[in-house]
Design a protein around this ligand. Structure first.
Ligand code: GLA
Length: 382
């Protein structure tokens, strides 16, 4: 049974009637442009065929009552609990409460509903399961209260929920691609103007997600530390964000930067340039150039931004060694989680099997490998 069918069936079991809507919001993989979003730079993610689904039905109450199939528990909150900002407690419901808060704080008038939540995005793997929950929740609220669905606005509110309610200081990439992804396309997003250009994936290539099976607990503090270092480097250059520093200016003044700020800024500035070039390569159907840029991105994240890990480096090396691999790099915040590879479509199956075996032998870890498709962003299914 597909996940949307599971959500619908479970809804009928839980609430003794059929759901009125099923919403879907996808996870994402970022092809290139890492740790650039909070520097007002460029990213090139795509929405994937792993997603969060909510089957739901409006009620005549002010309560949101949701059964999570993955956690096998039902939890509820009253909309009045989320009119003012509160520190989040633990658990999956906080992503829904935070989204309700952000929507209400932006002036939307919400209605209560009951629902079933299910998903197949691995948690903590760097594939944005939390952004997908936020966007599915926003889509459900919009359906129930008949709110206009403006994907960019909803993405910003999802980011606000994550930053202020959940307390994770992420950029805009994850919510934006979960809200606005398009089948068969990646999105070149300018994270300053929030203008996006859909770029078709080249013919004959497959995008393969390589989950190292490792998760790191300290991602948030390391992430915030990188943000602070980037902001300090922007102040040094006297600009609003590192987006405003070009490679020539950086080269001229780099010797004045300290030993930490210099490689951090070097990563962000070079990664912005690579991301714009990668979108051009993608438009031209030039998989070889795109793959080379992904390889350079990995080296820069590993050596200059210091957010890779031995497991991610091992996975990327195993991927490079296989037939048909154009390029591979870590994806998402780093420190563990997933890498992404660009592979000739005809080699995708054998690439996936060989990389998995090689990585398992090299590290003793238990990886998961998926050949994935670029899908549409958050939407009502029925
Ligand atoms: C996480 C954040 C994003 C982005 C990436 C790194 O996924 O949520 O906003 O900063 O890390 O590129």
């Amino acid at each position: 049974m597909s996940l949307n069918e599971q959500a619908a069936t479970a809804f009928t079991e839980q609430f003794a009637q059929a759901p009125e809507w099923i919403v879907r919001a996808p996870g994402r993989v970022n092809i290139i442009g890492e740790h650039t979003d909070y520097n007002d730079g460029f990213v090139l993610p795509m929405a994937i065929d792993r997603a969060v689904y909510i089957a739901c039905r409006p009620t005549e109450t002010q309560t949101v009552k949701v059964h999570s199939l993955d956690f096998d528990e039902t939890r509820a909150f009253d909309l009045a609990e989320t009119t003012a900002l509160k520190p989040a407690a633990d658990g999956w419901l906080e992503y829904l409460k935070g989204t309700a808060w952000a929507l209400q704080d932006a002036g939307y008038s919400l209605k209560g509903w009951e629902g079933v939540l299910v998903g197949d995005i691995p948690v903590g793997a760097g594939l944005s399961s939390s952004a997908a929950v936020e966007m599915a929740t926003a889509r459900a609220f919009a359906a129930v209260a008949d709110l206009p669905w403006e994907p960019g606005t909803m993405a910003r509110l999802g980011q606000r929920a994550e930053n202020q309610w959940v307390g994770v200081n992420c950029g805009i990439m994850d919510q934006m691609i979960s809200a606005t992804g398009r089948q068969g396309h990646a999105l070149l997003l300018d994270c300053r103007s929030l203008e996006g250009d859909l770029v078709p994936l080249p013919q004959g290539v497959a995008v393969v997600i390589l989950d190292t099976g490792t998760r790191r607990g300290l991602v948030d503090s390391a992430y915030n530390a990188r943000r602070a270092q980037c902001e300090a480097a922007a102040r040094f250059f006297g600009v609003q964000a590192l987006r405003d520093v070009d490679e020539e200016t950086f080269a001229a003044r780099a010797p004045e930067l300290d030993e930490t700020a210099r490689p951090r800024a070097n990563h962000v500035i070079s990664e912005n340039a690579r991301t714009v070039q990668a979108a051009e390569a993608m438009r031209a159907g030039d998989a070889a150039s795109l793959g080379r840029l992904m390889n350079e991105s990995h080296r820069s994240l590993r050596d200059d931004f210091s957010v890779s890990s031995p497991a991610l480096d091992a996975m990327v090396e195993c991927a490079h060694a296989q037939t048909g691999c154009y390029g591979a790099r870590m994806t998402g915040a780093g420190f563990g989680g997933c890498a992404v590879a660009l592979v000739a479509a005809e080699n995708a199956e054998s690439f996936a099997a060989a990389t998995e075996t090689a990585y398992r032998q090299a590290t003793g870890n238990d990886p998961s490998v998926y050949i994935c498709k670029a899908t549409d962003g958050a939407a009502l299914l029925e």
